[in-house]
Design a protein around this ligand. Structure first.
Ligand code: HEM
Ligand code: NAG
Ligand code: NAG
Ligand code: NAG
Length: 407
């Protein structure tokens, strides 16, 4: 009986300490500015889940500064960083001292692949995976991307010809980006013997690319279509560029060089990834105590690089930071403002996205194919929002009114 009450008291004491005392009176992170906790159980998580993706983060950073703290589950303090000097420390100077917060290596095939590897294991895996993503390999994938885009076009055409104009595009685009990943995985397979992975490594990396490369590109392509439906003038400008390059719409068959020479398409891709990048919440934990700038950060702190916030700071992007404005990428004065520390949809440093070239090429070909062949408009009364969790997807789905471009 006494043992039991001792045990219960112990648990109550521990919970009191963890939720009420440690976050507010002990943790060195208590000194960081930030929004007050809203709940003993879930800190500020309710706000983060309820609002559109990235909105509370941007509001807090604008209010409290570029390095802030909010409270997570059981009031655990979490650092939210939108400061480019700290981005440099974490992604470039000390990337292996800031690890991913999930050790998934025992759990799944993905867990044993590149995404969740750390330290020397990561360096080795990165080396064996790199050959699949070289410039010449990506170039070789282009005709297959075009074929996959063409299938996608055919399916949407069929739908329109059957009398439907309001179309849920999410599953179609998702299927196309899944097909691309199938292709990428096959190209690992064809490498020369000395660059080949073992069967197990191949299995882990295939699952990894499936996990990282499919949804990300699908979400990005969906958002580009969404923005272009909202901004018909930008859509027309892009189509003009595409019509000029590909006068016969049945012959949309670009090479790697051709698709990358399209200036406005490039602006639209960059602008979409600025505003709605699917990889814009980069989570880390520091292995050691760190002093970053003027800040002391005790080891095992939860740190989030808020890329989505950095991508909207007025001190970088000017007064139109929140607007979809692809033309900004043609403004030479913008180039003085940006760098790989404040525009980083693919992260940077040794843990950047290994598939970025594949992603950009695939994104451009799918988007080019679609805009050359179809006109996209919003469906009246159908509201699409940016889901906060688990990924910043169009929610409930990308529904648009679609019609065929006549010539
Ligand atoms: C537009 C599409 C994509 C975006 C925005 C994107 C973004 C990112 C970001 C931000 C990271 C860093 C995550 C972190 O450090 O926590 C990352 C890592 C990664 N991405 Fe992508 N990605 C995209 C497409 C792809 C594709 C198509 C593939 C593969 C075919 C891929 C494979 C990977 C892998 C394997 C990693 C882990 C790299 C490492 O840790 O060394 N991604 N991606
Ligand atoms: C992750 O867990 C595995 C065992 O499941 C262990 O061998 C490995 O050292 C751990 N990695 C890190 C970075 O803690
Ligand atoms: C466009 O290309 C297709 C396929 O090669 C061809 O059948 C068609 O006649 C061409 N249309 C025009 C207007 O040149
Ligand atoms: C560049 O940054 C300055 C100062 O922070 C800002 O006023 C300006 O609007 C930015 N330029 C562009 C093109 O976004």
């Amino acid at each position: 009986m006494t043992l039991m009450s001792f045990f219960v008291l112990g648990i109550i004491g521990w919970i009191t300490y963890k939720i009420f005392i440690w976050p507010f009176y002990i943790s060195p992170l208590r000194k960081f500015p930030g929004p007050p906790s809203e709940s003993l159980l879930y800190g500020n998580l309710k706000t983060l889940m309820r609002e559109e993706y990235g909105v509370p983060q941007l509001r807090w950073i604008k209010k409290y500064g570029n390095v802030i703290k909010y409270h997570g589950l059981f009031n655990k303090p979490t650092l939210l960083i939108a400061d480019t000097k700290l981005v440099q420390e974490i992604t470039l100077n000390k990337p292996y001292d800031f690890i991913k917060p999930y050790n998934a290596s025992g759990i799944s095939l993905v867990g044993r692949g590149l995404v969740y590897a750390e330290g020397h294991v990561h360096k080795r895996q990165r080396k064996t995976s790199s050959p699949a993503f070289t410039y010449s390999n990506v170039k070789e994938m282009v005709p297959s991307f075009v074929r996959i885009g063409s299938t996608l076009k055919g399916l949407i055409e069929e739908k329109i010809n059957s009398g439907e104009t309001n179309i849920n595009l999410t599953p179609y685009i998702s299927k196309a980006t899944l097909d691309v990943i199938g292709l990428v995985v096959n190209i690992n397979n064809k490498l020369p013997v000395e660059e080949k992975m073992t069967d197990d490594e191949l299995k882990y990396q295939s699952m990894t690319f499936l996990f990282t490369g499919h949804e990300t590109t699908s979400i990005s392509t969906c958002w580009a279509l969404y923005f272009l439906a909202q901004h018909p003038h930008e859509q027309d400008l892009l189509r003009e560029e595409l019509v000029k390059a590909f006068p016969n719409k049945s012959k949309f068959n670009p090479t790697y060089e051709e698709i990358n020479s399209l200036e406005y398409l490039n602006c639209i891709v960059k602008e979409t990834l600025r505003l709605n990048s699917p990889g814009s919440n980069i989570k880390r934990i520091n292995l050691k105590d760190e002093v970053l700038g003027n800040y002391f950060i005790p080891k095992n702190s939860e740190i989030i690089l808020s890329i989505s916030t950095i991508h909207k700071l007025p001190e970088i992007w000017g007064p139109t930071a929140d607007d979809f404005d692809p033309k900004r990428w043609l403004d030479p004065t913008l180039m003085n403002n940006i760098s790989n520390l404040n525009y980083l949809p693919f992260n940077n440093g040794p843990r950047n996205c290994i598939g970025s070239k594949v992603a950009l090429t695939e994104f451009k070909i799918l988007l080019g194919m679609l805009i050359r062949n179809f006109v996209f408009k919003p469906i009246e009364g159908f509201h699409i929002r940016k889901r906060a969790f688990p990924a910043p997807k169009p929610d409930p789905y990308l529904g648009l009114a679609v019609s065929i471009v006549e010539s």
